[in-house]
Design a protein around this ligand. Structure first.
Ligand code: THU
Length: 132
């Protein structure tokens, strides 16, 4: 699967962004990803009065991934309230790594990057398997 419709993915992320619940930061985020079976999943950030409990858009997107049948992420993008591409936060890069297909692509502020470029030498499931 090499042909990725980034415009479509960004559109889905933008639609998700409009559903964000952001009474504290007022900073909307929408995320969308192409799954290895061709599905597209999406999510928005959902904040909480206990700030640390906030769910990033990537978190709810991974929930959508599992609730709609699972699979591996092939391509990912996220946008802010202005529709601008933003970088996933550090915690969410780890979250994406866990569910990435090999060579997963991300639209970033510096162009299309692989998951390994945005989270080099990642700790992941293999480290736990190797230790068993
Ligand atoms: N946020 C995300 O949803 N994803 C990210 O990768 C970066 C940050 C949200 C969390 C919070 O609701 C708001 O952006 C401000 O940090």
């Amino acid at each position: 699967m090499t042909d990725i419709d980034w415009d479509d993915l960004r559109q889905v992320a933008t639609e998700a962004m409009h559903r964000a619940y952001v009474p504290y930061s007022h900073y909307r985020v929408g995320a969308a990803a192409l799954v290895d079976d061709g599905r597209v999943v999406s999510g928005c950030n959902i904040e909480n009065a206990s700030y640390g409990v906030t769910l990033c858009a990537e978190c709810t997107m991974v929930g959508d991934l599992f609730m709609s049948g699972g699979g591996r992420l092939v391509a990912f993008t996220c946008v802010n309230g202005d529709g601008q591409t933003i970088m996933p936060c550090g915690r969410c890069r780890q979250l994406l790594f866990e569910h990435a297909s090999p060579g997963m692509l991300l639209e970033t502020v510096s162009g299309i990057r692989t998951i390994d470029e945005v989270l080099p030498d990642a700790f992941g499931p293999r480290d736990l398997e190797d230790a068993r």
